[in-house]
Write a protein that binds this ligand. Structure first.
Ligand SMILES: *Cc1c(COP(=O)(O)O)cnc(C)c1O
Length: 333
C-alpha cells in the first residue's frame, strides 16, 4: 500500500490524459498508468515548457473522496500555463480530468491523515529542438495520483531552515508559476545548506524581504496572531496559505499579510512560532533558523502549540471532521 512508501513514490493505477494539437484539445480519457511515449526532441525536455499542480483528495466519513479547493488549483494551473506560453486548458476540462482521476483511483485513497495526492501536469511535446524561441505547438495534459501517508511519517519534528539572503529562488517573472525550473534553481542552494548546516530547507529572501522556501510558504504564529508575507509575485501563492488565513481568522486570530524582513523574523523567533505551509507538508513547525551559519532557536525550539492547533483544524476541515467554508470541497463518489 502507498502509505508505507516515501511520499510521492507510490502511484494510483489510473491516469487521465488529453492531447493538444492543431490548436485543439482531444477529448480527455482515462487509461492505466504507464510510461509516456515522448519524442526525445520534445519541447518540454529542452526548453522547459512544463508546469504542474499539487492538490489532495481525502477520504471522508462516508468513504467519499473530498478534493480540497479544486477551483483554486485549476485557476493556478491555468495561470502557470499562460505564463509558459502553453495551451491553457479550459477550467471545466481540467476540473473534469482531476475528478475523473480521483474517481478512478477512489479505492486507493488511504484513511486520514493519509490522502491521495493529485498531480496535474502539462508539457510541450512537439519534436522540435529548433523551437527555442517559439511556444510548443503540441502538448500533453495528464493527471496522475499518488496515495500516501502523512508527509511526516516519522512524526512532526521541528525543521531547520537555512536563511539565504543573496541567491534567489527563482527569476522575477516566474515567482508565482508552478514550474520545474524554479525547483531546479533552488536545488543547488538547498543541497549546500543540507551539507553545511543539516538544514531541511532554505528560506529565501528577496531584496531584504522574506519570500518562502523552495516549496512552501512561511507563516508566523502565536496564540492570537497569524502573519505572512504579502503576495508580491515573487513567491508561489499557496492554497494552503490562503486557507490558513481564512481558518485562522474564523477562529478569531488577528491575521495580517505584510512585508517581513529578517529582523522581523528574528524578533518573532524569540517568542512566537514559525511554520511552513503547503499541500504536502500541511503546516510544518520550524524549530531553528540558521543565519550566517549560526543557529537561532524559534520559540523554545520545540513544536508550537498554535502550529499544532491550526494544523489539526485544517486537516479536520479537509477530512470532513469540521465544516468547510462553502466551495472548498468537491465530493467524488
Ligand atoms: C506548490 C508550492 C507551494 C505551496 O502551495 P500550496 O498551494 O499550498 O500547496 C509553495 N511554494 C512553491 C514554490 C510551490 O511550488
Amino acid at each position: 500500500m502507498g502509505s508505507q512508501r516515501a511520499f510521492g513514490t507510490a502511484f494510483g493505477g489510473q491516469m487521465s490524459l488529453a492531447r493538444w494539437h492543431d490548436g485543439e484539445w482531444e477529448a480527455p480519457a482515462l487509461r492505466p498508468l504507464a510510461a509516456l511515449e515522448l519524442h526525445p526532441g520534445a519541447h518540454a525536455l529542452h526548453y522547459g515548457s512544463s508546469c504542474f499542480e499539487g492538490l489532495k483528495a481525502f477520504r471522508g466519513p462516508k468513504s467519499e473522496a473530498r478534493i480540497f479547493r479544486l477551483d483554486r488549483h485549476v485557476a493556478r494551473m491555468r495561470a502557470s500555463a499562460e505564463q509558459l506560453c502553453l495551451p491553457v486548458p479550459g477550467a471545466d476540462m481540467l476540473t473534469e480530468m482531476v475528478v475523473d482521476a480521483v474517481r478512478a483511483n477512489l479505492g486507493e485513497i488511504p484513511e486520514p491523515p493519509g490522502a491521495l495526492y493529485v498531480r496535474p501536469t502539462l508539457i510541450g511535446t512537439d519534436p522540435n529542438i529548433g523551437a527555442a524561441a517559439a511556444p510548443a505547438t503540441e502538448a500533453l495534459l495528464y493527471v496522475i495520483t499518488s496515495p500516501g501517508g502523512d508527509y511526516f511519517g516519522g512524526g512532526l519534528h521541528p525543521l531547520r531552515l537555512a536563511v539565504e539572503t543573496e541567491r534567489p529562488r527563482t527569476v522575477p517573472r516566474f515567482g508565482s508559476v508552478k514550474t520545474g525550473a524554479n525547483y531546479a534553481m533552488a536545488l543547488g542552494v538547498t543541497r549546500e545548506a543540507r551539507a553545511a548546516y543539516r538544514a531541511d530547507q532554505v528560506l529565501f529572501l528577496n531584496q531584504g524581504l522574506v519570500q518562502e522556501t523552495g516549496a512552501s510558504n512561511l507563516v508566523l504564529l502565536d496564540e492570537g496572531r497569524l502573519l505572512t508575507p504579502t503576495v508580491d509575485g515573487t513567491f508561489l501563492e499557496g492554497v494552503t496559505r490562503d486557507s490558513l488565513l481564512t481558518l485562522a481568522s474564523d477562529l478569531g486570530f488577528k491575521v495580517e499579510e505584510l512585508p517581513l524582513t529578517l529582523d522581523d523574523l528574528l524578533a518573532w523567533a524569540e517568542q512566537g512560532e514559525i511554520a511552513l505551509s503547503g499541500t504536502a507538508a500541511v503546516l510544518a513547525p520550524v524549530g531553528t533558523l540558521v543565519v550566517d551559519g549560526a543557529d537561532v532557536r524559534v520559540g523554545g525550539g520545540a513544536v508550537g502549540a498554535t502550529t499544532l492547533r491550526l494544523r489539526s483544524h485544517l486537516v479536520d476541515v479537509q477530512t470532513g471532521r469540521a465544516p468547510a467554508p462553502s466551495g472548498w470541497i468537491t465530493e467524488v463518489r
